[in-house]
Design a protein around this ligand. Structure first.
Ligand code: EPU
Length: 422
């Protein structure tokens, strides 16, 4: 199996990184294409493994999909009727497969839809009970049969009010997509307002949907008859952008990320500034440089606009190198500190208690061999290895390749050599 090989310590990363389209925008947008009779064109598509898994999934349902990797354009045509079974094989390799539930339910009212139920994942329990409760409010019953969720709305979908007990990103996307063609009006309360959800709302509204914000986390969706064809540019990936800014920070370098709206990272940039990083922002770029010693910090993750849980493992690696005591309170997932034991193998001092990580920053880490268990952990370990003395090896890199486009190429652009070995 392939591994990353990194010789540290690496100092002074310097240069510009072009940020790709957001994976977590692209996947729901691809799922939303199921609602359309006409062609959907997505631009600024990230060329990452999860997108190819979603292409396979859409094709297995009967969609025609074409990707131009060099132009980063995806064309999806859904003129044929879809198969209404989303297979376990694909949902088990990519949890975002659950995003097909909403659009299939919205488009094929009165039909039986079968979607493989996703199991647990390395981040902890990731239920879909709020998605299903929301569908029930619309009039769709669900049954579990042989590991598949069967959903059916025998009398079609009707508008109602549903308040999410807890903010959920894919739950919000699923309920929005299910509601596009319903009879009447749907009120959704306590929704996720992550930039990727707003991207989905903009895409649907530009295609004829009627989704309106009433308050900060409340929307009203008026059912429409059909959507017109769509041509949409995906927003820049805020998690990828933050990851490369932290490469700048951990190597005490000077890194500029291009193609991302700095407003998407307000909470994260506040933290970096508080630590002493010099941050400059422009319309579609952020640059970071280090001119003084960094300070420890205390943070808490939360739904947007709070500090993103996906950016937490990245900061964790940085903090292991900042002298003093830092604290991270993870409020979204029950098991999001998987990078900690691996970073500890490099000599990091991290103590976890009740989902709070207490980090005692060290002068330097020492190289070690370690294993990555999810996408963001991979980047966290890469940062750890960059700051460690000696050659580190990171196994199971396929996790990283699922969500970071051209990782080694982009690192090279800022002067960092990461070898991939078999
Ligand atoms: N939850 C429930 N019941 C539900 C839905 C969610 O209990 O029906 C809980 C989850 O177990 C979790 C919390 O609510 O504790 C939030 O989960 P959410 O549904 O928001 O997560 P998600 O939609 O499955 C998306 C991203 C994740 C990101 C989270 C949080 C996509 C495809 N995935 O997951 O991204 O960490 O939101 O922001 O958008 C990644 O890119 O590496 C990644 C894991």
């Amino acid at each position: 199996m392939k591994k990353f090989v990194i010789k540290g310590p690496i100092r002074g990363a310097k240069g510009e990184v072009n940020i790709s389209g957001a994976k977590n925008s692209c996947l729901p947008l691809m799922a939303a294409s199921l609602l359309f009779k006409h062609k959907v064109v997505l631009r600024n598509v990230p060329i990452v493994e999860d997108v190819f898994t979603m292409i396979k999934l859409l094709k297995s349902l009967g969609s025609k999909v074409n990707i131009d990797k060099s132009k980063k354009i995806l064309e999806i045509v859904n003129t044929r009727k879809h198969k209404l079974i989303v297979p376990y094989k694909l949902v088990s390799t990519m949890r975002a497969g659950v995003l097909t539930m909403g659009p299939l339910l919205g488009k094929y009212q009165n039909r039986n839809i079968y979607v493989a139920k996703s199991g647990g994942c390395s981040l902890g329990v990731r239920d879909i009970n709020y998605h299903l409760a929301g569908f029930e409010k619309l009039g769709a019953k669900n049954f579990l049969t042989r590991g598949y969720v069967k959903i059916i709305s025998r009398n079609g979908l009707k508008g109602s009010t549903y308040k999410f007990p807890k903010v959920t990103v894919t739950g919000t996307a699923n309920l929005i997509m299910a509601s596009i063609f319903l009879k009447g009006e749907q009120l959704l309360k306590n929704i996720s307002i992550e930039p990727e959800v707003i991207d989905l709302i903009n895409f649907l509204n530009n295609s004829g949907a009627k989704i309106e914000f009433l308050r900060n986390r409340t929307i009203r969706i008026k059912g429409v008859k059909e959507l017109i064809s769509a041509n949409h540019k995906i927003i820049g990936d805020r998690i990828e952008a933050f990851s490369y800014l932290c490469v700048g920070a951990i190597t005490k370098g000077n890194v500029k990320v291009l193609g991302v709206d700095p407003n998407f990272l307000k909470s994260e940039l506040k933290v970096l500034k508080k630590m002493g990083c010099k941050i400059l922002i422009g319309k579609n770029f952020i640059s970071l440089s280090i001119t003084k010693k960094l300070l420890p910090v205390k943070i808490k993750t939360g739904p947007y606009p709070q500090y993103a849980t996906d950016n937490m493992p990245i900061l964790l690696a940085l903090l292991t190198n900042v002298l003093g005591k830092s604290e991270i309170n993870e409020t979204i997932f029950s098991n999001r500190f998987m990078a900690a034991p691996e970073l500890s193998r490099m000599g990091a001092k991290i103590l976890i208690n009740n989902n709070i990580a207490h980090v005692q920053g060290q002068k330097f880490l020492n190289a070690a061999e370690c294993i990555s268990s999810d996408l963001r952990t991979t980047f966290s370990l890469i940062l750890g290895a960059m700051s460690a003395n000696g050659t580190s090896k990171i196994h199971r890199i396929y996790h990283g390749l699922r969500g970071y486009e051209n990782l080694t190429g982009k690192m090279k652009q800022i002067g960092i050599k990461i070898k991939i070995e078999n």
